[in-house]
Design a protein around this ligand. Structure first.
Ligand SMILES: Nc1ncnc2c1ncn2[C@@H]1O[C@H](COP(=O)(O)OP(=O)(O)O)[C@@H](O)[C@H]1O
Ligand SMILES: [Mg+2]
Length: 204
């Protein structure tokens, strides 16, 4: 069974057909690219896969489960992480805080355990901090860990989004326009980074 199955997905916005019947599969650990000119429907399809939009028709299955119409906060625990073409970071928060926010979307200790600072919640917090440290190292963000995101160049902010998605331990990481807005050096770095990520994280 494929990790991600997209079947006959159609998305219409009023009179505009943004996605016109798309089907494909992604296997575990597969690196798969979605290409098409501006306006081809790539971001719309990502929004359907990650549960932000409900398709007009068709179906998306992730790890064997139907995801169509699932609220999006259910998607991260299923193992789906993503970045956004226009970035969706907490701009006044530091790099480290943004990355940890991705772990909190994921925590299993529950609201009450967290509020009461029970041992399970404290252990989860310590594990998240360790994990954040190793991701900041992998993504070359250690030097800017305590800097507010708004003060950083676009290419660096994109790596912060990647770290925030990775801390949720996704099985599938969707990167929307990962090279968009980057300079040549950053694009070269991205290719190396993508290989490092797959080697370290066992994901598609
Ligand atoms: N929320 C929306 N409402 C109306 N039209 C939209 C919306 N989102 C995307 N579109 C339209 O759908 C088409 C596909 O857009 P998009 O998915 O952003 O393409 P891509 O990411 O490949 O550049 C475009 O014609 C765009 O204008
Ligand atoms: Mg797009």
């Amino acid at each position: 069974m494929a990790l991600l199955e997209v079947r006959d997905v159609i998305v219409r916005f009023g009179g505009v057909t943004a996605v016109a019947g798309v089907s494909f599969e992604v296997e575990e650990r597969q690196i798969c690219g979605l290409i098409g000119p501006n306006g081809a429907g790539k971001t719309t399809l990502f929004n359907v896969i990650s549960g932000i939009y409900r398709p007009t028709s068709g179906e998306v299955r992730f790890a064997g489960q139907g995801t169509t119409g699932q609220p999006r906060h259910r998607m991260a625990p299923l193992g789906l992480g993503r970045t956004f073409q226009n970035l969706a970071l907490f701009r006044s928060m530091t790099v480290r805080e943004n990355v940890l926010a991705g772990a909190h979307a994921q925590g299993s200790a529950g609201f009450l355990a967290n509020a009461l600072r029970l041992p399970a919640a404290r252990r989860e917090e310590a594990a998240a901090e360790d994990h954040a440290r190793s991701l900041l190292a992998l993504l070359d963000l250690e030097a800017v860990a305590e800097v507010p995101v708004a003060a950083l160049p676009f290419g660096t902010q994109k790596r912060v989004e990647m770290a925030r998605a990775l801390i949720g331990k996704p099985k599938l990481l969707l990167l929307d326009e990962p090279a968009g807005g980057l300079n040549h050096g950053e694009v070269d770095g991205l290719a190396t980074l993508r290989r490092d990520i797959r080697r370290n994280f066992d994901l598609a």
